[in-house]
Structures are given as C-alpha cells and as structure tokens.
Design a binder for this molecule. Structure first.
Ligand code: SDX
Length: 436
C-alpha cells in the first residue's frame, strides 16, 4: 500500500467559506493523488471526471507510463529493453509476480502455460454456431466468455491457488482460441498446440500449419511475433484493463471478466485502431492523398481521426511505436518485401503530421497501433485478426491486474461510480387518457 499521507490540500467552498483538508498520497513515480474517498461523506460533493482524464482508479505496481517523456516501464523495466532482451512469457511472469523469473521459476512457468494450451474438446463445437464471416473479435468475445462454463475448478476467486490456475489457463488458451477463430474464418481444420514449440511459435503453427504438409517455423517471424506480444502485454489502466477491474470487482467469474476486457478492446478508439489504421492506409492509397487526409483529421466538422495517432496519456512518441517500426523493417526484410507501399505511406503520413501545427500543438504522435498492422499483414494475418492478437497479448496484463485487485487481503470493493444528475425532477404519473 502507498505510504501514509504526509501532506494535505485544502478544498474551500466559495459559497459558504467552508473548507476541508484532503490527504495527498505519493507514489514511487508519477503524479501524487488527492485521496477523495471521504469527500462525499465530509462535503456532500461528488467529483466529476467523465473519461477519467484526471482520476486515479486504483493503486498499482505493475506498469508506469510517463506520457510527457514517452516512458513505459513494466515493474520498473523499460519496454524497449524487455522487447529486445526478454520474451513474452517471461514478461507475463514479470507482470504477474513483480520480478523476472530465475531459471527454475521460468522453466516451471513455461511448463504450466504449455500444459494448459489445449482447450476442452467441447469448446470446438461453439465455433460452428458462428457464421464463417463473423468478425474474429465477435467469436473471441463468445468463446472466451464460454470458458467460464468449463473450468469450475479455477473460479473460486478467494482461493489463491485457483486464481493462479485461472491465470495460467487464460494466458495459455488465448493463442489456441485465437488460432481457432482464424482457422474457422478460412474454413481450415483446427490445429492442436504442440508442447515442443515456444509460445509464439505455437501460435504461428496453429494459425498457418495444415494437416496436408509439414510446417516450417520462420524463427525471424516467430521472434517478431513474440516481440509484438510483449509490446501489447500491458498498459496501466487503459479502457479494457479498467473494464476487467470493474467487472471483477463484483466477484464475477474470471473468464467472463476477461471476455469483458476483449469487448472493450475491440473499439476503434482502443485496440480496434490497428485494424482501422490499415484500412486508412489502404484508403489513402498514394502519398499525394496525404494532405487531404491530414486536412480531414484537423477538420472539427469531420468525424475522421488519424487512426494510430494520439493517446490519452502519451503526449510524446509512444515508445512501443518506435520498437514496432524497427520490427516492421526486420519482418519486411525477412519476407523480401522492398518499398512496401503501406509502410511508405505510413512513414510519409507520420512525417507530414509531425510537421503540422495541429498535431504538434495537440501533442499527437503515432501510438502502438500505427505500424503494427503493416507487420501483421505482411506476416499473413487478415485485418480482422489484428485486434485478436492485441487481446491475446493483453491477456497477460489483464490477468495481472485482476490478480493485483485481490492484493494481500484478497478482498476488494465493488466499483460503483456516481453521477451528475441533470434529468427530470420528481413528478406524478399521468394516465394515458390524460396525456396530450
Ligand atoms: C490504444 O489507453 C491506453 O493505454 C490505450 C492503448 C493500450 O495499450 O491499451 O495504448 C492502446 O488504444 C492506443 C490508441 C488507439 N486509438 C487510435 O489510434 C484512434 C485515434 N486516436 C484518437 O481517437 C485519440 O487520440 C484517443 C482516443 C486515442 C485519445 O483520445 P483522448 O485522450 O480522449 O483525446 P481527445 O479525444 O480529447 O483529443 C484531444 C484533441 C481533440 O481535439 P480538441 O477537442 O482538443 O480540439 O486531439 C484531437 C481531438 O479531436 N485528436 C485527434 C486525434 N486524436 C486526438 N485529432 C485527429 N486525429 C487523431 N487521431
């Protein structure tokens, strides 16, 4: 827990001169917070912050973001070091337990995850209920939620052992379900996971191998896939993580809570942006259309926004976007793709936007979604799978925040925001024959 408050701020009501002292809590990094837990009881006021632009919803030790400096730390480790020196399962361990695993811990962790990658055979029949052209994110919302109907031996949220098994199962089964959603959409048979493959290798194998011939893993693509998973693993209290925290605060089934996170991530303002970026780059087509696109993005009367640009927290370059751009070059080179038109368009769009006053003034920079779609498309994934991959990776973060909520005591308060009511005041019912 944060240290006891050492100082206060004073709130004064100019109407009646009343004032209240509110405790200030200091973290180890980033802004301090004004503790308003007793505000309503003491003042009769709520605070008002739609979109939570200035609100801390919880105390957390998992991820720190400095939006002004473009810094992202997972348990203190910078994202570029983790992306270039670690691997996804090791980062998933770090997010959950707070430290990098030693060799024995890592071996045990990888074994636990590996041996949970298969899904209950009956889950396969869930897929046949979907239309073949169903969006894979719609399928993922359904089948991940359906996990809550299967694993009753890991849903007692007050049992730390069961909570840990639920985390193992979710991290392990997301690639299998994601690959099944992809195979279902292209009418190919599901491919079972292989225990001798790494996490990223297994995912590529389940997506791209067919029973008719052996499948050769490309180590460069597997490494790039793993790095992309790392870059998407966690990001503080973003919309989908906050959704998971709020859903689980009622004590709901952990698998259903993760399904709620998937639902929130799907939106184009959040994880759905990677798919929207590629559609935008394809619609732009050629560099000479870029000035028009930038004009539209700046036009308040036009709902169009530059997808993959801007961020609630980053008012500087998203550090993940930098690593993503480097990975993009590595993958395109490995695949022998020279002068990829989409990459050329993206880089020119970035160049033009970052020289434009509107974007400079509003501190709008490329975010994690701006380059990811170019890589994923080059690797053979359809656009509709981009956000599924984001959800696959973000499960490591979601389950870490889910676990963190239980903290030492294992108890948690249900999240229940209030509101500013501006609706009708009390009035009597009018029978239908008396209404005008
Ligand atoms: C992710 O929260 C997370 O951490 C999310 C994420 C994660 O890892 O979990 O990082 C992943 O979701 C990245 C963001 C992906 N979304 C997009 O790329 C969609 C395009 N971006 C925008 O929709 C927007 O930037 C948001 C939603 C990301 C952030 O919106 P905010 O914080 O609510 O900011 P805002 O809408 O108040 O924008 C501030 C100003 C506005 O203009 P004014 O009203 O001040 O005149 O900047 C403008 C906006 O109109 N603006 C943009 C813009 N983004 C913001 N104008 C044009 N194009 C854009 N992309």
């Amino acid at each position: 827990m944060a240290d006891a408050p050492k100082r206060t701020v004073t709130l004064t009501d100019d109407q009646n001169g009343q004032s209240w002292k509110l405790p200030v809590l200091d973290g180890t990094e980033g802004p301090s917070v004004i503790d308003i837990r007793k505000l309503y009881g003491e003042t009769g006021y709520f605070t008002h912050d739609p979109g939570f632009t200035s609100t801390s919803s919880c105390e957390s030790k998992i991820t720190f973001i400095d939006g002004d400096k473009g810094i992202l730390l997972h348990r203190g480790y910078p994202i570029d070091q983790l992306a270039n020196k670690s691997d996804f399962l090791e980062v998933a361990y770090l997010l959950q337990y707070g430290e990098l695993p030693n060799p024995t811990e890592k071996q045990d962790w990888v074994k636990h995850i590996t041996y949970h990658t298969m899904v209950h055979e009956q889950l396969s029949s869930f897929f046949s209920g979907f239309r073949r052209d169903a969006h894979p994110m719609a399928i993922m919302c359904g089948v991940v939620g359906a996990l809550s109907a299967f694993y009753h031996d890991s849903t007692d949220i007050h049992d730390p052992v069961q909570r840990e098994v639920a985390c193992h199962r979710l991290i392990a089964k997301m690639p299998t379900l994601a690959a099944m959603a992809y195979k279902y959409s292209i009418g190919q048979p599901f491919v079972y996971p292989q225990n001798n493959l790494s996490y990223a290798e297994n995912f590529l194998y389940m997506c791209y191998s067919v029973p008719a011939e052996p499948y050769k893993i490309n180590p460069v693509l597997a490494k790039a896939m793993d790095k992309i998973f790392i870059l998407h693993a966690d990001h503080e209290q973003n919309a989908s993580t906050s959704t998971v925290r709020l859903a689980s605060s009622s004590g709901a089934n952990p698998f259903a809570c993760i399904a709620a996170g998937i639902t929130s991530l799907w939106g184009p303002a959040h994880g759905g942006a990677n798919e929207a970026v590629l559609k935008m780059l394809m619609e732009i087509g050629s560099k000479d259309k870029i000035p028009e696109i930038v004009r539209r993005a700046k036009d308040k009367s036009d709902s169009f926004r530059l997808m993959g640009f801007g961020h609630r927290v980053y008012k500087n370059y998203d550090p993940r976007a930098k690593v993503m751009q480097e990975t993009c070059r590595e993958v395109l080179a490995e695949l022998g793709i020279k002068n990829d038109p989409l990459l050329e368009t993206a880089m020119e769009l970035e160049r033009v936007a970052l020289q434009d006053d509107y974007f400079v003034q509003k501190k709008l920079y490329p975010n994690v979604d701006f380059y990811s779609g170019i890589i994923l498309r080059a690797m053979g994934f359809p656009m509709s799978m981009f956000t599924v991959l984001f959800a696959l990776a973000r499960t490591a973060g979601w389950v870490s925040h889910w676990q963190e909520q239980f903290g030492e005591g294992g108890e948690q308060k249900i999240g229940r925001p209030r509101q500013l009511y501006t609706g009708a005041t009390e009035r009597d019912f009018v029978p239908v024959d008396k209404r005008k």
